[in-house]
Design a protein around this ligand. Structure first.
Ligand code: ZN
Length: 150
């Protein structure tokens, strides 16, 4: 078994990330399927990741809860910035240059990304459960296309 360093097959060099920049779980560093089978050469790659059930309680706290909490705080800051920017526009009629819709677009953007962030952080655990299910269903590995889309 070859240990891969990036999202690439360690055997044939197939680049798994090409089509799916939003592959689940890899962003969490340690969380993900321990073995990914390359759909191109059918060989197994050890990832160094752990399934959520294999984490000890401290790791679980660090890699799941703390990151979620920071992610949610970060998202709330975005929303607060959006609301603040929106309020500035609503109460300050002197804003002409750049025009107020410019700020409103920013405000909506902040709120949108904040809301997405919260949604993503809440859905993290179900993604991880899904990875475990796939891992078990396949018999101890996850196909590269199941993780990365190819
Ligand atoms: Zn391969």
């Amino acid at each position: 078994m070859v240990v891969y360093t990036t999202a690439k097959c360690g055997h044939c060099g197939e680049n798994w990330t090409a089509l799916s920049p939003n592959a689940p779980n890899t962003v969490f560093g340690k969380l993900g399927p321990p073995v990914i089978r390359c759909a191109s050469c059918l060989k197994d790659n050890k990832t160094g990741y752990k399934l959520i059930r294999d984490l000890n309680p401290l790791e679980k706290l660090l890699y799941v809860k703390v990151k979620n909490i920071f992610g949610i705080i970060f998202s709330l800051v975005f929303i607060a910035m959006g609301v603040y920017t929106g309020n500035v526009v609503a109460y300050d009629e002197s804003i002409k240059d750049p025009p107020s819709y410019f700020y409103l677009a920013f405000a909506c953007g902040f709120i949108f990304f904040g809301a997405m962030g919260i949604r993503n952080n809440i859905s993290v655990e179900s993604d991880l459960d899904y990875t475990q299910e796939l891992f078990d269903k396949n018999g101890g590995f996850v196909w590269s296309y199941e993780m990365y889309g190819i």
